[in-house]
Write a protein that binds this ligand. Sequence first.
Ligand code: HSE
Length: 430
Amino acid sequence: MAKEVIRVGILGLGTVGSGTVQTLQENKKDIEQKIGARLEIKKIAVAHPDKKRPVPLEPGWITGDVNEVMDDPEIDIVAELIGGVEPARSYIDRALDSGKHIVTANKELLAKGGHELLTKAATHRLDFYFEGSVAGGIPIVQAMKIGLAANHIERVVGIVNGTTNYILTQMAQEGKDFAEALAEAQAKGYAEADPTNDVEGYDAAYKIAILASIAFMSRVDPEDIHAEGIARITAGDIRYARELGYAIKLLAIGRQENGSIQARVHPALLPFAHPLASVNDVFNAVFVRGSSVGEVMFFGRGAGALPTGSAVAADILEVARNIRFGSAGRIACTCFENKSVIPMDTIETKYYIRMKVSDKPKVLATIAGVFGEFGVSVESVVQKAVPTGESAEIVWVTHQALEKNVREALEVIARLPVVAEVSNWIRVEE
Ligand code: HSE
């Protein structure tokens, strides 16, 4: 007989947990109709049971003892909303051993150990859903696992970190420098006191590791992902980029070509006409190209209590449906293949390069000559005089070039007596 009541245990009641509880409670009637059964939160295990919470809680829900979730045979689904690798991994492992289905929003754990956990869940014929781990409220995981499952995915490119997108938007729209925009993001609660994970690109690297693994059906280890942040982008770079017809965005890029994978996170110049170029503030967007569907783009809020709560609550609903209809454990890990992630030196793209040089005859020709020696062809060059005398700032945009060649050419150029500094170089994505 189909189950009449499905019970959920939640681990953690921070931002995501609160948004999940609020979503489940506010839309309880609709959700239960969709499941065809009652859905009850049975216990919420937290580190500080006496802390005031931003959501209404029913008596008896909160416990300081995680075992009250783990050891309760009535709990069917465990929603792990603690974050970080440990103790989350051990709790999930234990919950799977006791036959509980898992929902999580834990990007770091998924990126580092998702394959093993998903495989274990499938072996036990249990569900393991993780929509909230990537791009908050945007249902990109289910879209790729189900809606686009019949495609060969060629590319998945996203703006998947709201904090850095907010900072870059402030720099572009208000002319602020990085430090000022970061301080404002912190004051507004978008950036954490220690912003390293966001601004250095690690958060985005976990997310593209998850998306690329699904898209390309091969495990992508976050350690193989080149992650570069936005701290070295200046308001000047953004102005030059704009003059050239580009926005600067922190992109998480996954591509597959000839059986190998590119997975990288770095700031990039994007033509204004590209749909990702107009994704601003804290919004996220993911652009996918599939063999049959062509191009699709998903846009929405990538963080925050209710958007992420929307994703987690939808996963809980889906697992509950599967329990009710006896169809749990259908969608296992799809990393059937073993494709390698290619090193950055072997990628080919266009480059924006800004440098300070002496404003003298033959300087441009000398530098262009070095680019030429390394097989780097120049597409355009802009020179601006610097008011303080005999130096100039030059911005080059190259044609498609091998990253290794560009890097080596810049090492030589930086040592030329006429070059004061190579100030920045940023990849250009068309
Ligand atoms: N810190 C992330 C962001 C949200 O700024 O997008 C959580 O993944």
